[in-house]
Design a protein. Structure first.
Length: 214
């Protein structure tokens, strides 16, 4: 399931004698009506307005290989590596085959490991923040940035502990060799972003480093 991808920033620099190209890509992880229908979701739950994202704890897989390949080619790096980072705690990155039925298998398998409806302490919003460290984190990332009060933070906080757990298993970083200007991936390997709490707008950081032919 391919989401819309947009390069939102790019920076190029000389990293101690090597070419270094850094960029961010935003991916909208909203499932299409066809995707929802295949997964037996009611059409009444489908939001046709693409400008509106209402998180439904959806799992979806998005092939970002072409965006990564484009960044590698734009860098001019011949021999090096491309690093990828998900900037979210409920998004994973993996290398695997990109195939529709396998994507649904992954969704079922992941939810079997960490079901949405199991009990998780993280979802007890009325008990949070539990410690001063927890309060300080909310203050640093929310209140001090002018986003709102503690109460407003808790009101918008999603029930998504299962997504955090799954992201920790999948991992949020990848490093892929670049050989002769191309990704050194196998024939059936794709670079996949795994949305675990969608739909949302998600950001991936890419950094290509290495030497050029010249």
């Amino acid at each position: 399931m391919q989401g819309g991808e947009t390069i939102i920033s790019t920076a190029r620099g000389d990293c101690r004698g090597f070419v270094c190209l850094s960029s961010e890509v935003t991916v909208r992880t909203k499932k299409s009506r066809e995707d929802r229908s295949t997964n037996n979701n009611s059409s009444n739950d489908v939001d046709d307005d693409d400008s509106i994202l209402v998180p439904r704890q959806e799992i979806s897989i998005h092939d970002v290989t072409e965006s990564v390949r484009a960044a590698v080619h734009a860098s001019g790096v011949s021999q090096g590596v491309v690093h990828l980072l998900s900037k979210h705690t409920t998004v994973g990155l993996m290398i695997n085959e990109s195939e529709a039925r396998l994507e649904r298998d992954f969704e079922k398998w992941l939810l079997g490991i960490a079901p949405k409806n199991s009990y998780y302490e993280h979802n007890d919003l009325h008990e949070r923040p539990e410690t001063q460290r927890d309060f300080d984190a909310i203050d640093r990332n929310w209140m001090s940035k002018g986003f709102g009060t503690l109460e407003e933070f808790l009101a918008q906080e999603p029930i998504n502990a299962h997504a955090h757990l799954l992201a920790s298993l999948i991992g949020t970083t990848l490093s892929i060799p670049v050989i002769d200007g191309n990704l050194a991936t196998g024939q059936w390997q794709s670079i996949l972003m795994v949305e675990l709490d969608g739909p949302r707008d998600r950001t991936l950081v890419m950094q290509v480093m290495g030497g050029t032919k010249e």
